[in-house]
Design a protein around this ligand. Sequence first.
Ligand code: TNX
Length: 750
Amino acid sequence: MRLFKNPLNLIFAAALLLAACETPQELSMIPYPQFEKTTSKTVNLPATVTFSVNLPQPEMDDLLAYLPSYPLPMELSDKNPFVTIEVSEQTDTPSSAEGYKLEISKRGVNIKAKSATGAFYALQTLAQLARNGKKLPVTVIEDEPRFPYRGLHLDVSRHFFDKEHVKKQLDLVATYKINRLHWHLTDGAGWRLEIPGYPRLTEFAAWRKAANLQDWGKYDHHYCEKDEEGAYGGYYTEADVREVLEYARLRHITVIPEIEMPGHSDEVLAAYPQLSCTGEPYTSGEVCIGNEETFKFFEDVLNEVIRLFPSHYIHIGGDEASRRHWKACPKCQKRMKDEGLKDESELQSYMIARIEKYINSKGRDIIGWDEILDGGLAPNATVMSWRDTEGGISAAQMGHYAIMTPGSYCYLDHYQDDPETQPLAFGSYIPIGRTYSYDPAPDSLGTDITKYILGVQGNVWAEYIPTKEHAEYMIYPRIIALAEVGWTPQSKRQPESFKRRINNEIHHIKAKGYNPFMLSEQVKSNQTVDYAKKRIMLSLTSEKYPIDIRYTTDGSEPTASSKLYKKPFAVKDSILLTARLFDGKAPLGKSLRLRTDYHKAIGKQITYAKDGGYYQNKEVYKGGGDTGLLDGLRGGMSYMDGRWQGFCPNDLDATIDLGEVTSIHRVVANFMQVRTPQVFLPAKVEVWASVDGKNFTLLNTDICSEEEAGKDVIFRDFGWIGSPTQARYVRFHAIQGKKQFLFVDEIVIQ
Ligand code: TNX
């Protein structure tokens, strides 16, 4: 008898065989490695992991000093060790010094690396793989980072975080192969580094009477003495800094100190008012560049910084100087004249270039925020691109290195979930999926540019982060998404795989005693409009995994027996979708309520009044441009998602032509208010209708109540709902109260 008469049987048998021993397994690790070949076989992890390693003495001592923090109990042994670590320039591992090869077989674990850092990262991988019931997958991993710079930034000025908190974060982020801490040590809300010869910086300019930054206004943002009753603040002594540096070094993290100049320096000027343009404290946040003493001050500070910090890079800030005071300051104006500087931007660049020269003379290089490009870039500077990606790209075009930290992806101080469910945060909405979607060096830029992009960093600004627990809540898990952005090749990054792995990871972090955000408990939606078929396709997703999404379309609350979402569905008319996550029978979070209308104005003509047009200066605020308010697409929780159209400082005043006289009964548009970035609801909205385009009748004036106007975050429909009315033209006029930003996503006409 021929066993495989039918060739299909042969394929079937082969597939079975493969499934038995070679099924590809997703490794439960972050960042995902560059290359892995994993089987379904496992090998038991011994209770104590014996290991041998061939590191030379000082590096051996470093590893042994680190191991007590390592999650697996490790013991050196020459006799048949379970883990062998070979570190040699000659090994056949990936080429980067941070790379490694890790082989797990029935015989044990073999690690090869070119440097102690590579071996350290192999051990981090091993520890992650060992979490699964003490069984290791049989696998071969060859791994190295996509970018050499993978950073976490911590602002310790706006709120002070002590050395223990900093060390605790370093211990965790190192396990995700983050290798830089950008330590924002000075800013207008407090100086945090002891500097010999300048005692007022830390006796005075590091203390205030309000623990919460938002309450400091009650004290006119004045500092107080360190030993005054109720003083809040703090600073790091030399010993503290050395302790943090050593802790970081053992975890292969370089600490880059930042000393802000010439802006964000209110605290310096409170302590040493002679360095301000007026000579008075509390008059400006910018130091006087016409005054030689300013340079003496920063050189003294930098001498100490360079003495303490081994980092090749020193960050000198450079962001958000208003330049206002320099205009009125005779000393600054004289400096501009003497140096032939044509404006205040060039004056700032003069200062940065001079400081750079000083830092270069000590064998170090500077990093500055992207404003340092504005008046001409200092010759050797590396640019940290935060306002968007353009700064980094133009620096790279000029042959300068760039580190990418664009605000709309990498700012970990912004909301990560529906603001109504979250503690007050800065500005917009950056959920983990958005952070993960960032590619710092897309191929489209070309290698001439991408070769200058050093990597990526997550920034934790602390204006709205008063406590350590809250800081961890904002950092995790988004920094882990950035760790993968910085390490894993773009071709290996898959949102669905990351979603599975991050859902696993958050529980490990929590078990280690951190306070991560446990991911959104809300359903998220997306729409695509099919104009030809006159319908909207709705898709639903969630950050949580595994989870069920259940929904109704009549506005009723979904229950555990409501329809289970499986795939995108079409909406032809109007529905009120209500969707909720269910963990088995248990509902989570709150329901998503979303009106979806294939309404009468989709694709129709819109004309903006002369002073009623949208904000043109930034692509993300155009919200789809001239057709954006009638495209059927609704915005999400971020005014930067490309769906919201911004109006600043003028009103939204637009007239829609429905093409023919039509019966209408509802004209509404959704507005958002998020107070921290100055986005406000309109004071009122007027809806007018006309048959001929000349004579308009007012259908309704919808007024924003005082209560609504006072809310930090609110979304609300404004407009008119009434009995059927004949109209061809509809004028929608949203009148600004605050003359800041208005955001609206769609004018819905039914
Ligand atoms: C802008 S980012 C700043 C910081 C703020 C941050 C808030 C940068 C270089 N400057 O001073 O804390 O926005 O998100």
